[in-house]
Write a protein that binds this ligand. Structure first.
Ligand SMILES: [Zn+2]
Length: 183
């Protein structure tokens, strides 16, 4: 995985893209949660001894766009009840949270190590990487991350995730085109 910090950076730039003006705390929390939630499968790997290549293993079902779709519908259903189901605004929220949750697996598939990502789960548990994997894979243990390896990972994430994300934010700030009202 890229680190959860980098997944969160994606969430922050997406939130800016989706909303203008003041962004509510609820929206921030949901955005960041959505972008890092797929890595909760590490719990299964660490404490429940679910093998990585299992359906629910690390980088398995929870890293798939299918799960991202489920998650986004559940989030909007619970937290944006005021939006009429299937209304235009409802779809916008679903699409937004879907893209965020799906971005996690996509970014992981751009990393150069660990298991591949089950991008087509639940239809197949086949694991994939993109042909181009510029992002250094982050170790799962914090101890390993605090070593020289962590520095290499951070450098590559800065270059491939943070810089593009902040360029997007800067671009949006300059453009200042309000498209949503805050709730
Ligand atoms: Zn991940």
């Amino acid at each position: 995985m890229p680190t959860i910090i980098s997944h969160s950076v994606v969430a922050v730039s997406s939130a800016y893209g989706f909303r203008s003006g003041k962004i509510s705390l609820k929206f921030w929390i949901l955005s960041i949660a959505c972008s890092i939630l797929p890595d909760a499968d590490v719990i299964g790997y660490r404490w429940l001894y679910i093998p990585s290549y299992d359906f629910f293993g690390h980088r398995g079902f929870f890293h798939s766009p299918f799960f991202a779709a489920l998650l986004s519908v559940i989030i909007v259903f619970i937290f944006y009840r005021k939006e009429g189901i299937f209304s235009k605004q409802w779809w916008k929220y679903v699409l937004y949270f879907f893209i965020l949750a799906a971005s996690h697996g996509i970014l992981d598939a751009l990393t150069n190590g660990g298991n591949g990502i089950a991008l087509l789960s639940p239809f197949t548990n086949e694991r994939y990487f993109f042909p181009w994997t510029p992002i250094e894979v982050s170790p799962l243990s914090i101890k390993a991350f605090l070593s020289q390896r962590g520095l290499t990972v951070l450098k590559s994430e800065l270059l491939w995730i943070w810089v593009p994300a902040f360029l997007i934010i800067a671009f949006l700030k300059i453009k200042e085109r309000p498209s949503f009202h805050n709730k």
